[in-house]
Write a protein that binds this ligand. Structure first.
Ligand SMILES: Cc1ncc(COP(=O)(O)O)c(C=O)c1O
Length: 434
């Protein structure tokens, strides 16, 4: 038995059977260096999914590790009952890159926690209850986050929180009635208006939006939709909550935050994943005014939120992002990735669409580019063939047919060139069987 086989046996025996595992033979990873990882049997892979867009400044990053080690030797934990320097230093630093005014924070341990806290804040501040989310969106695994989520596969069990309503997502590749983008965006905005007017009291607490729906398959919301939605939400008394869990920290290129391409300004913003290069940390950012409405509304505490070791990791991560792996770097390397994937699309008709921004790119896999019939079996085959060729990528989308390509932000143009060669091999193998 190989070490992989032994670990896979233990996984089956000891962990819940509904853990989603990639690959027919699951792949236990052992160690990483930059954008490269090795499995427990010593095989090398380019990591172009970065632990779900989380290893933001590369595996085994020296600066991050040094920060972690220094904090570990001082104190592992204190809880939010006591102010701690790493927590506060990071809050101050993060406030330098968040949009103007959004410099008051709550730190939690997961994206789910951040989205839950953001919704609660919007409810407390507005005095309204109802929340609008988008179909195909993803918010996490608590009851409320599953209710916000707009994909049946991630809504396990009874999902019955009655104050959440879902509006149509501007999924341009699959536009209703094949409308062109401008008309489709308008149709989706009309739907949002209609949902608020017909399915709520008309006075909402807010709307949660991912600038690029991550788990949904990197569905990139058109800028005009984000602008129109923000206007409609505010006209109905709601706050605009932007979920930057996947799109944050420069990943989409040029800007620190994915929504900034559209020019809108959120009232509340959530972030997690890449914030601390893999250490569990999340944050909710808002204005001092909005945060002030929490006074007297009830107390908050988080045992693990703002943990000093995680905050030390976040400080090191942000230093790396500010110094080298900044939004302009992501834009430049992302441009190469996008161009390379578009070139592959010319060669392989199973690639129905290439979409995304910066270092967050997807290919939607179809059996026929004209009918756009989703081909999850081919997407799976590309994932497996990629592994054989030595590259790890992700999967997503309501139909399970979208390949998500999102390396650490520290990826270089040379890494992208190597990745494209490996993906070329994988796509060629699968196109033959299509
Ligand atoms: C956009 C978005 N929001 C929230 C979450 C939930 O984050 P977590 O898994 O850390 O709870 C995720 C996780 O994938 C996500 O993609």
């Amino acid at each position: 038995m190989t070490i992989s086989q032994q670990l896979n046996e233990k996984q089956k025996k000891h962990l819940w059977p509904n853990h989603l595992l990639y690959y027919q033979d699951p792949l236990p990873l052992d160690r990483g260096e930059g954008v490269v990882v090795w499995d427990v049997d010593g095989n090398r892979y380019l990591d172009f999914f970065a632990g779900i867009l989380t290893t933001s400044v590369g595996h085994n990053n020296q600066r991050v590790n040094e920060r972690i080690h220094a904090q570990v030797d001082k104190m592992l934990h204190s809880s939010t009952l006591y102010p701690n320097a790493a927590h506060l230093e990071y809050a101050e630093m993060l406030g330098k890159i968040t949009p103007d005014g959004l410099d008051t924070f709550y730190f939690g341990a997961t994206g789910t926690d951040a989205d839950e806290s953001a919704v609660l804040l919007a409810q407390v501040h507005t005095g309204n209850t109802e929340i609008i989310a988008l179909r195909h969106g993803y918010s996490g695994k608590s009851q409320m986050a599953m209710t916000l989520t707009g994909q049946s596969s991630w809504r396990m069990g009874p999902v019955h929180i009655g104050y959440v309503r879902h509006a149509m997502t501007p999924y341009v590749y699959r536009a209703l009635g094949n409308l062109d983008e401008t008309r489709y965006v308008q149709a989706c905005l009309d739907d949002l208006q209609d949902v608020i007017q017909t399915m709520t009291s008309g006075r909402i607490a807010g709307m949660i939006l991912e600038p690029i729906q991550g788990v949904g398959g990197f569905i990139t919301l058109p800028d005009a939709y984000l602008r129109g939605a923000a206007e409609i939400v505010r006209a109905h008394g709601g706050l605009v909550i932007i979920d930057e869990v996947q799109t944050g920290f420069g990943r989409t290129g040029t800007h620190w935050w994915g929504h900034q391409h559209s020019g809108i300004k959120p009232d509340i913003m959530t972030m997690a994943k890449g914030i601390a290069n893999g250490m569990p940390l999340s944050a909710v950012a808002t204005t001092a005014d909005i945060a002030q409405s929490l006074v007297g509304a009830g107390l908050t505490v988080s045992t693990f939120g703002g943990n000093p070791v995680c905050c030390a990791a976040a400080i090191g991560t942000l230093e790396e992002m500010m110094n080298q792996y900044n939004p302009d770097h992501c834009a430049a390397v992302g441009e190469e990735l996008e161009a390379g994937l578009k070139h592959l699309q010319q060669k392989y008709p199973i690639i129905g669409e290439v979409r995304g921004r910066g270092l967050m790119q997807a290919t939607e896999i179809v059996s026929d580019p004209v009918t756009k019939e989703a081909a999850p079996h081919l997407a799976n085959a590309v994932l497996e063939a990629g592994r054989q060729a030595g590259i790890l990528i992700g999967k997503g989308g309501m139909f399970g047919n979208v390949l998500r390509i999102a390396p650490p932000l520290s990826a270089t143009k040379e890494d992208v060139a190597e990745a494209l060669q490996k993906l070329d091999i994988a796509f060629a193998r699968v196109q033959e069987m299509a």
